[in-house]
Ligand binder design. Structure first.
Ligand SMILES: *[C@@H]1O[C@H](CO)[C@@H](O)[C@H](O)[C@H]1NC(C)=O
Ligand SMILES: *[C@@H]1O[C@H](CO)[C@@H](O)[C@H](O)[C@H]1NC(C)=O
Ligand SMILES: *[C@@H]1O[C@H](CO)[C@@H](O)[C@H](O)[C@H]1NC(C)=O
Length: 539
């Protein structure tokens, strides 16, 4: 069922899938409390997570963020906790959490100070790792503020050096920490508005072999404050991080997870539908589910959706696939992915302000449209039988999620969906008339000309013309209905994000005005990095 043809060696390089075989779940104080943290907060949080069934549902990491240490290291150079905030100390807190079944997570910074101006770990990596180990830490977030450039290294090189050094240091511990890396966020589009995405992509490539998760872009907007740098309000911030995540699916596999940041479930301006959208999208991505909220005050309604077992099962699915975009049609995004038991996921997001009914033809999910297939609505728990299409009713900013079980003998899946440039965000588009063979990049619009199927031999066809193929003609790229020399119609794709023609060895390239050509592959060039439908197994 999974294709192995568009192959690039990747999963073997993930550092050790055993450290976190599934995306981490749990709690972090930052988005809710920022620097207002203390022992009482973590004790209350642990007690409430136990009592409300969050631990039983899988939320088993309790993580401290910035601002826990004293300003001074000990004479031996060790970090020390602030005894006013943590009167019993970190080893005691670690024990408290372990005894109740939680992992203990802590925060430091790869630069010489934390983002909140506490001592950073730069040049203290080994000492700090040993200190954390002594305290019983299981999970470490390493942020990237205040990087001191040493030995003539560039900003990019200092990050790469420090994060790889952390990997080496942790690898020597008896039990490696779950390593949460913030490096990519410092090279992401909103940090470098005037620059290209090249260093962002290069950073994503090394962090996936270096640790278990990576904060790839902006912080999610923190509680109450509207003076920080995150884009827009809380809904806009969530949509912004969603929009970054969909560009990065190719990096994820079991053991390494793209991290779009915390679930902000108690921000009062978010409606229940918006909060459930947040949870549904993050789960569809198999993203880390880290709650940042005051857990003791969560309502029964909040707990009920956060412990939806069917949706958590999608997040924790054994394939660890990140759902990818099938289409973007005005306010509606459709996403899909494979699930380990052969089921197919369907997620439909209504970003708009109006209630809608939206029809998704089953061929868009890469499954046999004739069905009949069973589709379970993971919110209502109702199962229906579907043929040809499924109609989805959505309120403003609501997201539907279905688990589709193909009928017997109809379980084969063809990776299907958008092919888009992750810099320009334009979609590869087939000609809409038979008289033209010109393909181009234009804004995504949800038409069949923008929904591509990728065959097991690496052929690429639009749903609008399923027996026509993306074809290399010298340096030109066209859509041809006849079979040409096989390799001119076969393509390779991997973690680089390049779409390489097998015949010419050249990379698809989006030029100005959406023009397409084939060019020599460069290193992570904005014009050559694309997101493809998932389900193409990268090995
Ligand atoms: C601990 O932190 C919480 C959250 O910021 C705050 O409400 C509480 O007053 C603090 N408690 C103590 C003892 O400082
Ligand atoms: C951290 O690095 C910056 C930039 O090089 C430097 O200005 C600052 O003095 C350093 N601070 C500490 C505490 O080492
Ligand atoms: C925060 O600022 C954004 C952008 O200026 C605005 O859209 C949003 O409504 C503000 N939110 C609050 C709660 O003030």
């Amino acid at each position: 069922m999974l294709l192995t043809v568009l192959a690039v060696s990747t999963s073997a390089s993930v550092q050790s899938p055993k450290v976190s075989p599934r995306p981490p779940m749990g709690f972090n104080n930052w988005a809710r409390f920022m620097c207002n943290l203390n022992e009482t907060l973590f004790v209350e949080t642990a007690d409430a997570m136990l009592e409300k069934g969050l631990l039983a549902a899988g939320y088993n990491n309790i993580n401290l963020d910035d601002c826990w240490p004293l300003q001074e290291r000990t004479s031996a150079g060790e970090l020390q906790w602030d005894p006013t905030l943590f009167p019993h100390g970190m080893p005691w807190l670690g024990d408290y959490l372990h005894t109740r079944g939680f992992n203990f997570g802590i925060y430091t910074n790869a630069g010489n100070m934390t983002c909140g101006w506490y001592p950073g770990s730069q040049d203290y990596e080994e000492i700090d790792a040993k200190t954390f180990e002594k305290w019983g830490v299981d999970y470490l977030k390493v942020d990237g503020c205040h990087m001191d450039l040493q030995k003539g290294r560039t900003y990019y090189e200092e990050f790469e050096y420090r994060y790889k050094l952390w990997h080496k240091v942790m690898d020597k511990l008896k039990k490696p920490f779950i390593f949460s890396q913030s490096a990519p966020a410092y090279f992401s589009p909103n940090f470098h508005l005037d620059k290209n995405n090249t260093d962002w992509y290069r950073t994503m490539e090394y962090v996936r072999s270096n640790g278990e998760l990576a904060r790839h872009s902006d912080d999610i907007k923190v509680y109450g404050l509207n003076v920080t740098f995150e884009p827009g309000g809380h809904w806009e911030s969530m949509m912004n991080n969603y929009g970054m995540e969909v560009r990065l699916a190719r990096y994820q596999s079991c053991g390494f997870y793209n991290d779009p940041d915390f679930l902000i479930i108690d921000w009062p301006d978010l409606t229940l539908d918006e909060k459930k959208t947040h949870f549904t999208l993050w789960s569809s991505f198999s993203a880390p589910l880290i709650l940042s909220a005051y857990i003791p005050d969560l309502t029964n309604e909040d707990i009920e959706y956060l412990t939806n077992k069917d949706i958590i099962d999608v997040d924790q699915d054994a394939l660890c696939e990140q759902a990818t975009l099938v289409s973007q049609d005005g306010d509606v995004d459709v996403l899909t992915k494979n699930l380990a038991n052969g089921d197919r996921l369907l997620t439909v997001l209504n970003k708009g302000d109006d209630a809608i009914t939206y029809r998704v033809p089953l061929e868009r999910l890469g499954i046999d449209p004739s069905g009949p297939h069973k589709a379970k609505d993971l919110w209502s728990k109702k199962t229906i039988t579907i043929r040809n299409a499924i109609d989805v009713k959505l309120r403003r900013r609501q997201t539907a999620i279905y688990r589709i079980s193909p009928s017997r003998g109809k379980s084969s899946v063809t990776p299907t969906g958008q092919i888009f440039n992750t810099f320009s965000l334009n979609c590869l588009t087939a000609p809409s008339s038979h008289r033209s063979s010109a393909v181009k990049f234009i804004p995504c619009n949800g038409d069949d000309e923008q929904v591509w199927q990728i065959s097991s031999t690496g052929k690429v066809s639009p749903l609008s013309a399923p027996s026509s193929y993306l074809t290399a003609n010298g340096r030109k790229v066209t859509l041809e209905s006849r079979e040409m020399g096989a390799r001119s119609q076969q393509w390779k794709y991997g973690v680089s994000g390049n779409l390489i023609n097998k015949g010419t060895g050249l990379a698809l390239d989006e030029g100005g005005e959406g023009q397409i050509s084939l060019e020599k592959a460069g290193v992570a060039l904005d014009s050559q990095v694309f997101a493809l439908p998932g389900g193409v197994k990268l090995e």
